[in-house]
Design a protein around this ligand. Sequence first.
Ligand SMILES: [Zn+2]
Length: 185
Amino acid sequence: MLLALSLVACAERLSESEQALIRRHGGGIMPVMSIAQEADSLLLRRSSAELSESIALSEDFALLKASMLATVRDPGNEGVGIAAPQVGVLRRVVAVQRFDKKGEPFEFFLNPQIVERSSTTQFGGEGCLSVPDLSGNVERAEWIVLRYRDEAWREHQETIKGFTAVIFQHEVDHLDGRLFIDYLK
Ligand SMILES: [Zn+2]
């Protein structure tokens, strides 16, 4: 019983190794896990843990978000979305560029869950920061209903369409260890 309680307490906050990794980069660009490296590739295939409110509101988490943003905007390897496991942190948070919003801002989504998908699908070209030199045509739902927490831990549910919906499906897959190459025929 005591052991179980301490395990729960651990999941409520970031581990020492997660803190060390995040602090080492101080909000700057972090190395992107690549399937070309064996250790990275194993990590990319793992499932990420749910965030707690105390993690979401912590200073280390603010640093992690700053690093994810710096990394996805790195002119040397730029993307339209990134998931925390791609920088080596197995936690359920993604940053997505909202092409469906004015100014196309990057936003963060905590514990994102796709609760509904359209039965109608579309094919579109996809690539991934973690999959160097490869792109492919992937079939995705045209629209999704996303349930998530925002950065202030408020709960939301939203219907998202088009290319932005494709990015969400790609990024949420990362949190369950799935990559776009799994869908290529
Ligand atoms: Zn990706």
